[in-house]
Unconditional design. Sequence first.
Length: 220
Amino acid sequence: MACTTVITASNGYKLRPLKESDFNFYMEAWKDFPQGVQTYEMRLKRFSMALQLNEGYGTEALIKSGDVDTKTKSIAWAFVLEKADATAVAYMSCIFEYANELFAKFHLVHPDHRGVGHWTALTMMNVALANRLDITQAHSWFMQTNPVNSAAMADQKTKYDTAGLTTSGTVQTSVTLSDRGEPVFNHSVENLTKNLGNIAAWNQVKANNSDWASITFTYS
């Protein structure tokens, strides 16, 4: 499998590649994600695609060498976050299409495990992954209004700004229809904000968090 990176934090959290036995977890985690079409059929297709992409083009060495592009050498990896007792609690996907750059595309916490800090753990694992792959710049987009947790976005923006990331970039999602006139992913226009920073700024996000500042990571 092309995506084989496993990261273990000294506090017991583990980030590992998505696998077939994660099916129920994946389907439940995505069901109320506030962006995109979340029908059973669409979630099933995305789960299948994520597994295929994990097994496709892409290794740590290729990412570190910058041998990526937006066409034939785009790398997309899907991960599951486990807490110390090996329970799957969150999901994230990462895109590598430009040399030394990471796009954290989707981060979501399973509905049974929200509100206890797993989102923060997911962010810290993302920083650990970036350091592992010699990333110099990383970004993600977050919804300006999140119906699942209305306060989360403002809270995260404050933390990003404090660490030195740039959060002034904005965009609106577009609705693309299939040949049958059905939404391909987004079914409504949403306002998004971009958080962009070099690896020093992302490491500062970790350093500013009292629960994570001293946490170390091992890789396998």
